[in-house]
Design a binder for this molecule. Structure first.
Ligand code: SF4
Length: 459
């Protein structure tokens, strides 16, 4: 057990987080004391951090990083950055400094980022500067959650359930009431809606008629025409996609869908609990391409069990050749609540080189095929403490994904698992207003969900 002493109790959480990148919880302890002990009195597994005047959090984190690196032989590429949104500090620096070179330099000095992560942040910042305009806080986004899937994936920690038709109908009738109620509150003081996103779960678990009703309810409640704004429906699992459903979406003006294979290797799909084959993914792409959506996004995961770098590379190559305009490369995150975490909680600490090879390949290959990285975020328990990166063809980015990561726009979230945000521009602060994530409790406590909408709209 390594022990690190600090007098900075206020930032203990941040030091804990950094230690977790290198060590399991039972291998370290951060001890906050007013009076620090002398290093010479401690054993060889105990260390004093920041024992000098003016030691600030960033300085202590760098000291801790170097010490952990010395002890473990690891040098995680994100340096001392541990938050979900690595682009945020980069953009803050860019606001002050104006030049990307200076931004990179300061990020390197302050957070010890690797060259590869510096170049990633720089590319994303450059893309957003060029293609994303407008003040995000002048507008809002709307999210609606459909917490159902045909089966539950091994790594899933989302609001996802396998449910019968009656349960889905009951959920939808409440969701429609929440949509109508929120729409009436919204219309009292409307703000332009920049994007609408239907996620889950897998929204295309609904049948064509239910999907039509859902989109019509949202359009009527908020007075929008789906073809005039960015409107995305996650079609997620190919085993839920039919021509009838996609035709219904397209005829209502939906321009963007997601088809998320995660892998094109049949054995992997079986292993992670999916009930479809890689051929189903090809068929879903064929249908979607024939119908003609503006953008098809495809999610892939690097680091799935038993996948060699070549398996991931084949999946990526196939997504490019199937014509996805938007490809999101996730690094597997083994979160609490997932089956994979239950069976192997430390899975995410192993085989880091394998994942690194996959990610390096995806960066180079997507660049060669005209894709730009346009947003990134990190999650807990992600293999190698890497990240997720959204890539797109020029001007095919998802503004919803960018806004969600910026934290500078209010998001109205509807349905079970929805986490809304209220942005206060004067204080540059976000307040979260969450619905419950369990769809049965959502229905049981439905009046409370409506009351939360009153709060959201300042009632
Ligand atoms: S498709 Fe997504 S939401 Fe559904 S079970 Fe799999 S990981 Fe979870």
């Amino acid at each position: 057990m390594y022990r690190f002493y600090t007098s900075d109790a206020e930032n203990k959480y941040h030091y804990d987080e950094l230690c977790r990148v290198f060590l399991t919880d039972d291998c370290f302890e951060i001890i906050a004391l007013d009076m620090l002990p002398k290093q010479s009195l401690l054993g060889d597994k105990s260390f004093v951090l920041g024992d000098y005047e003016g030691a600030e959090r960033d300085v202590i984190k760098r000291e801790l990083y170097e010490k952990l690196s010395e002890l473990t032989g690891l040098r995680p590429e994100w340096g001392t950055l541990t938050g979900v949104r690595p682009l945020k500090p980069a953009l803050e620096i860019l606001d002050e400094r104006e030049s990307l070179d200076e931004m990179r330099e300061e990020l390197r000095d302050r957070y010890l980022l690797s060259d590869s992560k510096l170049s990633l942040l720089s590319d994303i910042a450059a893309y957003q500067r060029r293609y994303v305009s407008g003040n995000p806080s002048d507008k809002i986004s709307v999210y609606a959650g459909i917490p159902f899937c045909p089966t539950r994936c091994e790594y899933c920690s989302f609001a996802s359930n396998v449910a019968g038709e009656a349960e889905i109908e009951k959920y939808l009738s409440n969701l429609f009431r929440e949509i109508t109620y929120s729409g009436s509150l919204y219309k009292r003081e409307p703000k332009e809606i920049e994007s609408i996103y239907i996620g889950g779960g897998t929204p295309t678990t609904l049948n064509a008629e239910q999907l039509r009703s859902l989109i019509n309810e949202i359009s009527a409640a908020f007075g929008v025409n789906p073809s005039e704004i960015e409107f995305t429906v996650e079609a997620g699992r190919p085993d839920t996609i039919t021509e009838e459903k996609l035709v219904a979406l397209k005829s209502l003006g939906i321009g963007r869908i997601s088809i998320n294979p995660q892998s094109m290797k049949d054995e992997t799909l079986r292993l992670i609990g999916r009930s479809h084959s890689s051929q189903d993914i090809r068929d879903a792409f064929d249908i979607a391409k024939k119908i003609g959506f503006d953008v098809i996004n495809a999610d892939l995961i690097a680091g799935l069990p038993d996948e060699a770098p070549e398996d991931f590379m084949n999946s990526l190559d196939e997504m490019i050749s199937l014509g996805a305009e938007n490809i999101t490369v996730h690094t597997l995150s083994v979160k609490r609540g997932s089956k994979l975490h239950e069976s192997d909680p430390e899975y995410y600490r192993r085989d880091i080189e394998r994942v690194s090879e996959m990610l390096d390949y995806s960066r180079a290959k997507l660049k060669a095929f005209g894709f730009y990285p346009y947003y990134t975020y990190r999650q807990k328990h992600q293999m190698g403490a890497f990240e997720n990166i959204g890539y797109c063809h020029e001007n095919k980015h998802s503004i919803y994904n960018i806004r969600i990561m910026e934290d500078k726009q209010s998001i109205l979230a509807l349905g079970a698992g929805g986490v809304g945000k209220i942005y206060y521009p004067n204080e540059d602060r976000i307040e979260r207003v969450a619905n419950v994530s369990n769809y049965e409790i959502y229905s049981e406590r439905f009046d409370e969900m409506l009351a939360r909408k009153d709060r959201y709209f300042g009632g």
